[in-house]
Write a protein that binds this ligand. Sequence first.
Ligand SMILES: Nc1ncnc2c1ncn2[C@@H]1O[C@H](COP(=O)(O)OP(=O)(O)OP(=O)(O)O)[C@@H](O)[C@H]1O
Length: 253
Amino acid sequence: MTDPILDVRNVSKSFGALKASDNISLTLVPGEIHALIGPNGAGKSTLIKQIAGGLKADSGEVWFDGEEITHKTTVARARLGLGRTFQVSSLAMDYTVAQNVVLGALGHRGKIGLKGFFRPAMKDKALLEVAHDALAQVGLEEFANTITSELSHGQRRQLEVAVALTLSPKVFLMDEPMAGLGAEGSQRLTGFLDQLRHKAPILLVEHDMDAVFSLADRISVLVYGEIVATGTVDEIRSNPIVRSAYLGEEDEV
Ligand SMILES: Nc1ncnc2c1ncn2[C@@H]1O[C@H](COP(=O)(O)OP(=O)(O)OP(=O)(O)O)[C@@H](O)[C@H]1O
């Protein structure tokens, strides 16, 4: 098998007596979508945060592109190429689409919060070029001057990906990108993610099973902080442990 670009090794994290991550290991290889599923509170977001850098693991290691990043900051990880989209939108709704991409690109570069940095940034030709290129890649170029609040939910998700693209990510971490989208929006975003995997593999946390089953090359199932199974869509659908622990409430999966 190809060498993993992301390699999570025996990561554990407790909140008091609660083991939110219990000795978790998983990998992401180039070109794949690896979905992480599990019931509410299973520890999916907690794991993503430990990979992205927002939360410190109690033990274990995170390796990215051949380098240990366990103790690196979120910004350092982003600079190395760990792209992330969030469960709750981090977009500034009253800014234009292009401004959000520039703002995001500055944030990734660790320059956000410097007063007066943003206005000149909007005149920075190189930065604007990066922003427009990212918008073109997600198909939002014609919306560059649109106020973000006017975009549909699905377009906002695409904009979040454009923000992540400004750092040429080698991996995407996505926490519930389908949340809040209707059936049609989910379908459209599914098609988009299917293409995006060729730019960078995706670790996808998602509750939308239609999306997961149509996109994932591999699925890992997290229950009470533990990965109870990893496998292909068919393997996961037919795994008796998974069916009773997680998919049990849905007879037909
Ligand atoms: N900062 C925290 N302090 C204490 N407990 C936490 C903290 N963050 C998460 N938890 C707990 O850890 C467990 C895992 O939470 P997490 O948000 O990772 O689950 P999840 O699988 O992402 O859930 P969902 O599908 O609802 O987003 C939950 O029991 C949650 O209450």
